[in-house]
Design a protein around this ligand. Structure first.
Ligand code: DGJ
Length: 729
């Protein structure tokens, strides 16, 4: 049983395999947080928070309450607004009389096995592994009659707790939600580092670590997508936490739109973390009886450093978020036409690439941008999802020829966008997000469709489904190449414009849902100009996301290792591309490009017909390695071993199979070291008692982990090697 309730003390203990989350309802009805960390065994010792002395009159309390119970001083699971807790809070509700005072207290709770889904949003599911239980605690603001149901689902096998809030308007008048965060977590001290993934286009998700400081530290998006700049995921790690030791709390949001994650170090020395939809661009009217669900926030705790936090989240997403077993399923090894041909292709060129692909053991050709409408550059045709037959002939026939070569076929779409030069724009100019009378921003010559409108979603479904039915298309790459501006919908009244940004995201999710329902087995790769929408929300629909437009292997190390802080390697789109690299101009050995793309979905992004004989041989080796190591990489435990940015001269990471019978280490040296000494890489996660074969030697797991393996790399910048370890005993 992972959720226990102790009636006499109104105490809840939620436990995973190694963690516990504890809170209680106090005498005044407030849900008071006690603990999120290592596992507790029972209620003994879980004493209520007792503030040492009464706080000043500047931390107020309710009538008849003990001054020590000021909501401004307690660690709380949920805080309203303008009612005594001055920290960043969970909810602000505007009522008909203009009040925004929000203050909700305990009414009831229920505990049930499994987890219910929230309609229209990406949702974690119980799945086949481990026990899952859910607790719902209902709080009510009796003045405005609005209910807040705090949900906690415990995923025991991966030490993860998924939280969300459902709000119901029980009053007879409409209310407006001005802020409704998915989770609030109070921690008893502030000695944490804020670990985040930040960057930009072509350099997404670089890990950054800064100490918390008095005041508020936050990451957010107002771009309409989670964005290249910050991923909706953070860790609060003890200052001394490393990859392998120390306490770390991880928190991420399964949401793909405007988000906010804030941490506040407040006056009494505690830290409050809140995460949810960004209130800057959100308001939502609830008519009497209506309900609103927040996206899910996922929390984990590791007492074994950042690495264990990552592995908890990887297991959580692979077992309980990514659908239809795709997380562990082998994806077709593909070649994508983008960096091979950009807009410059015809059927003959595509068939040439397909023929080379088939000879090399590649399993799918993905036709990227430029196959539809009149599109030969990025100025036209988005929205016109019909085949440019003048360019590629009949799609059905092309796909049949590609299939006849033994290859599957995939196709690129950018559903949410519209070009001014398009048939669709001529027919439906009002389907564009914009405010009439105001200038409209352009990005990559395109505008954004109003996905908050059901008829837009239906049009996109009908046209995309039409193309999918016209040929054997087993994969789509769903791109999104600009962010939202002038977010205003012609279909909503003035007082509901604050809903557009969130309704847009719901429209995106709905279209994914419709396509997946109509085409079971369809594999969708997410993409947004590379990794501009890489988040757990999208992973609720698609098992993989193109990590970055930057395919430079050296840059990818930082991007992919950063991404791996929270997201599983099986979700990272990674391809071998041509050198000099199209973005950095850098040249990296072909072997290394393969070794780094192997730590992802693996594929090629180059014109296979132009490879040298030697490169073709290397492709054959890489294809064999992909098949040989797939399960280990996609399903194994990831350990980040070494970073070139630390004292070591190389980057190294490894995968260990669940039964610890196999492991694979990747070592990459960015710069050739002249006259260098001996270098070791120390594996982790092996069975100390087992003897492993590595580099022709027989060595115990204990010795390997104590001493390490001597790293022997070829000379030259960007040299790399794989070390395969196999259990012998
Ligand atoms: C951006 C994507 O990230 C690329 O891979 C490619 O699909 C282009 N868009 C096509 O326009």
């Amino acid at each position: 049983m992972s959720i226990r309730f102790f009636e006499s003390r109104k105490l809840f203990i939620l436990s995973g395999e190694t963690i516990s989350y504890v809170f209680y309802i106090d005498a005044n009805g407030r849900p008071v947080h006690l603990h999120f960390g290592g596992k507790v065994l029972g209620e003994e010792g879980l004493v209520p928070q007792e503030i040492r002395k009464g706080h000043s009159s500047f931390s107020p309390w309710g009538p008849g309450e003990n001054p020590k119970d000021s909501p401004d001083a307690l660690m709380l699971e949920f805080s309203g607004f303008n009612s005594g807790d001055f920290r960043i809070g969970s909810a602000t509700v505007l009522t008909e009389n203009g009040s925004q005072i929000t203050d909700a207290l305990y009414v009831s709770h229920r505990i049930y096995p499994g987890k219910e889904a929230s309609a229209g949003l990406p949702c974690a599911y119980a799945g086949k592994t481990g026990n899952v239980e859910t607790l719902e605690v209902t709080l009510r603001d009796t003045a405005c009659n609005v209910e807040f149901i705090l949900r906690y689902s415990v995923f025991e096998d991966c030490d993860t707790i998924v939280r969300s809030v459902r709000t119901v308007n029980r009053s007879a008048s409409p209310v407006v939600l001005r802020r409704l965060m998915s989770a609030q977590l109070d921690l008893p001290h502030t000695a944490f580092d804020f670990i985040q993934l930040s960057g930009s286009w072509a350099r997404e998700r670089h890990a950054e670590r800064t100490p918390l400081h008095p005041g508020i530290q936050s990451i957010r998006s107002v771009r309409g997508a989670s964005g290249h700049q910050n991923s909706p995921a953070i860790a609060l790690g003890a200052h001394d936490a490393t990859e392998y030791s120390g306490d770390v709390c991880g928190a991420l949001l399964a949401y793909s739109g405007n988000f906010l994650i804030e941490a506040e170090c407040e006056q009494y020395g505690t830290a409050r973390l809140v995460l949810g939809i960004n209130p800057e661009t959100f308001s939502w009217t609830l008519a009497p009886g209506e309900a609103f669900e927040t996206p899910e926030a996922c929390l984990t705790f590791s007492g074994e450093g950042i690495g264990r936090m990552s592995r908890n989240f990887h297991d959580f997403m692979r077992n309980h978020l990514i659908r239809d077993g795709w997380a562990r399923k082998k994806r077709p090894l593909l070649v994508n036409s983008w960096e091979a041909a950009y807009f410059d292709f015809d059927a003959e060129k595509l068939l040439g690439i397909a023929k080379s692909a088939a000879e090399l053991g590649i399993e799918m050709l993905v036709l990227d941008d430029g196959w539809f409408g009149a599109r030969n550059d990025d100025t036209t045709s988005l929205g016109d999802w019909f085949v440019n037959t003048a360019k590629i002939g009949d799609l059905g026939e092309l796909v049949r020829k590609i299939n006849a070569l033994g290859l599957k076929f995939g196709l690129w779409f950018e559903p949410e966008m519209i070009s001014e030069k398009s048939v669709l724009y001529g027919e439906h100019p009002d389907w564009v997000l914009h405010e009439p009378g105001r200038r409209r921003s352009i990005g990559r010559q395109q505008m954004v469709l109003d996905m908050s409108r059901p008829e837009v979603v239906q049009y996109l479904f009908d046209t995309i489904a039409g193309v999918l039915r016209s040929a054997s298309i087993e994969y789509i790459k769903w791109d999104m190449n600009r962010n939202l501006t002038e977010v205003y919908s012609a279909a909503l009244p003035p007082d509901r414009q604050g809903e557009v940004a969130h309704r847009y995201v719901l429209g995106v999710y709905r279209l994914h849902e419709m396509l997946l329902e109509a085409f079971p087995g369809l594999l969708i790769e997410g993409c947004s100009g590379g990794g501009g929408r890489f988040d757990a929300g999208m992973l609720g629909y698609v098992p993989q996301i193109w990590c970055s437009d930057d395919t430079d292997a050296m840059e990818r190390i930082r991007i992919q290792l950063g991404t791996s802080l929270f997201y599983p390697v099986s979700a990272m789109g990674a391809h071998v591309s041509v050198c000099p690299n199209h973005i950095t101009g850098r040249t990296t050995p072909f072997v290394t490009r393969g070794n780094i793309a192997l730590s992802g979905t693996f594929g090629y992004e180059l014109d296979l017909t132009k490879l040298s004989k030697e490169e073709r041989e290397l492709v054959r080796v890489q294809v064999a390695e992909y098949h040989r190591y797939h399960d280990l990489i996609a399903c194994g435990d990831l350990y980040r071993l070494s970073s070139a940015f630390s004292l070591n001269a190389f980057d190294a990471w490894m995968y260990v199979s669940r039964n610890r019978r196999e492991a694979l280490i990747t070592v990459v040296s960015r710069f050739s070291e002249p006259n260098c000494g001996v270098r070791f890489v120390r594996p982790r996660g092996l069975d100390p008692e087992t003897a492993y074969e590595v580099d022709g030697m027989r060595v115990s797991g204990a010795t390997l982990m104590a001493l390490g393996i001597q790293v022997k790399l070829p000379a030259g910048d960007g040299a790399s090697r794989l070390y395969y370890l196999r259990a012998l005993s």
